[in-house]
Write a protein that binds this ligand. Sequence first.
Ligand SMILES: [Zn+2]
Length: 189
Amino acid sequence: MSVEDESTTEPREGTKFESEEAAKMFYDDYSRSLGFVMRVMSCRRSERDGRILARRFGCNKEGHCVTVRGKSGSVRKPRPSTREGCKAMIHVKYDRSGKWVVTKFAKEHNHPLVVEPRQARQSLDEKDKRIRELTIELRNKKRLCAAYKEQLDAFAKIVEEHSDRMSKKVESVVENLKEFEHIQLEFIA
Ligand SMILES: [Zn+2]
């Protein structure tokens, strides 16, 4: 199987594996691609030689947090647990053919699945990209602001110069008027 196949292939009842380990690796890949953590669960062993005959692989949110009575009858304190009683699992059984066969597949999880690390990395890259874009935008805005400020400063300077010139003109007009008055007075006199 190629890498792509492994990450997208869903378990199916009847699928055969060369070994228990291969079945485990398959379900592990499947769990990663889907976004849950695989848990190796119970197995059934041969009474004769102790060989494993069947195995269950499940979700780590399988099972409820229950109090378990020990041999002495004492009640074990429930451990803090993230388990939510998820029923998702596959059951593989050693087949007469010498292969391991999926005999049961429970697909549904009763909890949200977490994003794959690959996807998380992608979204992080997207965030980085967005930050870069915003930084560039901000830099452009700053540049624009600086340009506006420059224009305003230049405009203020023009206004100042203009009013300077105006006041000088007014001064000269007043000066001329005074002179005119003087001349007028001279005439009258
Ligand atoms: Zn689950």
